[in-house]
Ligand binder design. Sequence first.
Ligand code: FAD
Length: 408
Amino acid sequence: EKQHTVVIVGGGAAGISVASSLHKRDSSLDIAIIEPSQTHHYQPGWTMVGGGIFKPESTSKPMAAVMPGFAVWYKQSVSSIDEENNQVVLADGSKIGYQALVLAPGLELNWSGIDGLKESLGSNGVSSNYQEGMASYTWATVQNLKSGRALFSQPPMPIKCAGAPQKAMYLSSDYWLRNSVLNNIDIQFHNAGAVLFGVPDYVPALESYIEKYGIELNYQSTLVAVNGPAHKATFRRTDPNGNTVDREIGFDMLHAVPPQRAPEFIRDSRLANESGWLDLEDDTLRHKHHSNIFGLGDVSGTGNAKTAAAVRKQAPVVAENLLANLRSQPMNAAYLGYGSCPLTVENGRIVLAEFGYNGALQPTFPSWINDGTKATKAAWYLKAKQLPALYWHVMLKGHEWLAKPARR
Ligand code: FAD
């Protein structure tokens, strides 16, 4: 049996960042990363690909290029965790022992939650920026559409980057406006939830764009089925009496987002909370019932916005607390729930939502540099020009610029 001091499950945004943050604090630490994929994706770039701003190839790198040289890389997936024996079980049945475990496998897109969606993607105007490689089809469809109906759907929360379903809608609408076809297109937003955005401070700015683009808003309207060849989508509505009504709507373009859940090996384990997400303490990011298990990123059951921006603040907290724990010292670092969602309301302006637990605003910049409740050019510049480099060269490398953990 193989054994490592720290085993990290997942080599995405969270797994690589936390490995680098650990190594920065103790370069002699024996770290293994378990990650089956040959490619690492910068998913925040997919919205920009869908809006024709980024080239698809700028959003990924070979996994080997981001995998830190100090870590042992197992190119497999984890099939289960044996927390009683401090072991993870890999897909081929082999086991790896750990002293401390970090769970960072992200989340699972539940395509089967919407009948016919997965098969429909990539033709008949049906797309999703959430599917790897599909954002360029969103952009092609947007450019081709000159009239007709465009539907944008948002599934029940929680999802990663909660603003991304409407980001796709605003960037598409902006393109149609600039090309003088907006008036010929009936744009509808169908949101399973009851509000435009979960943090009220950002809603007025978003509403002004809804008005500008003439978008019809539908709340508690959940996409349940798609028929690509027939160009029809079925939405389920729950009325105040709890009765459901299904409505079929024809479309020329459909940007759909699937419901999301924790990966099965977490969801079906004793490490999950009642909703299936990893059951972590809000501030320390340590498992509620296992003192040598930590977690971060999209798999986490903490109430923050599931974003790479959250990971940037979580990684140093996990690194510091995990090392303190290995040395039997108290855990002092605290995560305050920071997450960020740059809402691309038009090509050239962004509403930069930054908030922590319970919607508490946590702006990085003073309001004279960037007022997060308004659409600004400064925030667009940050997203389009700075954040990709921040991701690849700062966060993944363990440089904790503006990410110093709070104290407990
Ligand atoms: P991921 O980066 O998804 O990585 C998970 C890794 O775990 C993957 O490499 C996977 O192969 C691996 N894995 C899975 N299962 C196993 C297993 N069983 N064993 C081993 N390894 C496994 N965030 C922002 O901050 N700003 C944005 O503007 C933004 N926009 C977004 C737009 C879109 C369209 C999407 C899809 C996401 C967006 N995000 C944004 C969210 C951001 O991409 C995620 O929050 C972030 O990638 C989470 O990191 P993670 O490491 O938890 O998950």
